[in-house]
Design a protein around this ligand. Structure first.
Ligand SMILES: C[S@@+](CC[C@H](N)C(=O)[O-])C[C@H]1O[C@@H](n2cnc3c(N)ncnc32)[C@H](O)[C@@H]1O
Length: 309
């Protein structure tokens, strides 16, 4: 049984549980891992736990989110101190902990996007699911039953993530296409764009949506440069497929990874397995595990949680 790598924060769409399966499609060692849609950086952390790459580039258009991960890596003690001050504030707030959440959320939306505030909003909001309004403001509500991860509980993971990535990770908050321009052969680019259900529109679940056509066209840049890549892009549940396939002309191989039982189907009394698609670029196809090896490995995987859709 393989245990999950350390993680910093609960984030909608996190690949933490699926990471051991995705890592099987990456080379054992390579120069640099690039994550243009890093979110909580679950894949970067998982790859660093296995020392797969000599360097890492963590990018997400959501600046405060990248800023949070950078602070955790660069200055774990400073981050924990700041977070403790924000987190403890909720217990002495005159109008109770919910009012404290709204105060921090107002400050965040007014421009105080410090890592401690970002972390507190993520740790306290409903299901760790960020929601953004049309004006780009964070508008998710607090989870009334929880106070958010305590700083003492968080400390071990924060220090561990910092030890894995300090000195070898770079951070940016730019559009994924600009990240593609900065790649070179020897990099492996892992991509997990927002789900296609919301392509071509603003995605309130993240700061921005991603157009399917623009994304598919941009991938040609990586092929032209000879840069290897992997893409998690939608999937299937209960026999129903979600999302459009990427164009065959890209030369990728699509595999379906078992992501666990669908929590929504479980609520309706059904047991449906959720699969997530992984596209493997041309250069990585010869390294793919055989079907037999993949099946054996999946059986030994550890799925502590149901998939979220
Ligand atoms: C499905 S989430 C990634 C989750 C991540 N794999 C994890 O483990 O937490 C998609 C991410 O893409 C980011 N994003 C959306 N549009 C983007 C763009 N144009 N360029 C870069 N990142 C973008 C969102 O902010 C969001 O964090």
């Amino acid at each position: 049984m393989r245990l999950a790598a350390p993680h910093i924060v609960q984030y909608q769409g996190s690949k933490r549980i699926l990471a051991p399966q995705i890592l099987r499609y990456m080379p054992k060692r390579f120069n640099r891992m690039v994550e243009p849609f890093a979110g909580s950086a679950a894949m970067t952390i998982a790859a660093a736990s296995e020392m797969r790459a000599g360097a890492y580039l963590v990018n997400d258009l959501n600046g405060p989110l990248v800023g949070l991960i950078e602070a955790v890596v660069a200055n774990p003690d400073g981050f924990l101190r700041d977070y403790a001050a924000v987190w403890e504030g909720q217990f002495s707030f005159p109008d109770g902990h919910l009012a404290h959440f709204y105060k921090i959320r107002d400050e965040f939306n007014a421009g105080d996007t410090r890592p401690a505030n970002m972390y507190y909003l993520l740790a306290r909001c409903v299901k760790g699911s960020v929601r953004y309004g049309r004006n780009g403001n964070f508008n998710q509500s607090p989870d009334k039953r929880r106070h958010g991860t305590s700083p003492s509980k968080l400390a071990k993971n924060v220090k561990c993530v910092s030890a894995l990535l300090r000195g070898i990770a770079q951070f940016s908050a730019i559009d994924y296409r600009e990240v593609f321009d900065r790649t070179a052969p020897g990099d492996v680019v892992y991509m997990d764009p927002p789900y296609q259900g919301v392509s071509d529109v603003r995605d309130c679940r993240y700061l921005s949506g991603v157009s399917f056509n623009e994304f598919a066209d941009s991938l040609e840049v990586l092929n032209r440069k000879g840069v290897d890549f992997l893409i998690s892009y939608d999937g299937a549940c209960g026999g129903r497929e979600y999302g459009q396939d990427l164009p065959e002309g890209l030369g990728c191989r699509k595999v379906m990874l078992k992501a666990g039982l669908s929590s929504q189907a479980l609520l309706l009394g059904r047991k449906s397995v959720t699969y997530e698609a992984l596209y493997v670029s041309k250069g990585l196809i010869p390294l793919m595990p055989t079907v037999k090896a993949e099946k054996a490995a999946q059986e030994s995987d550890f799925f502590p949680e149901a998939a979220s859709w």
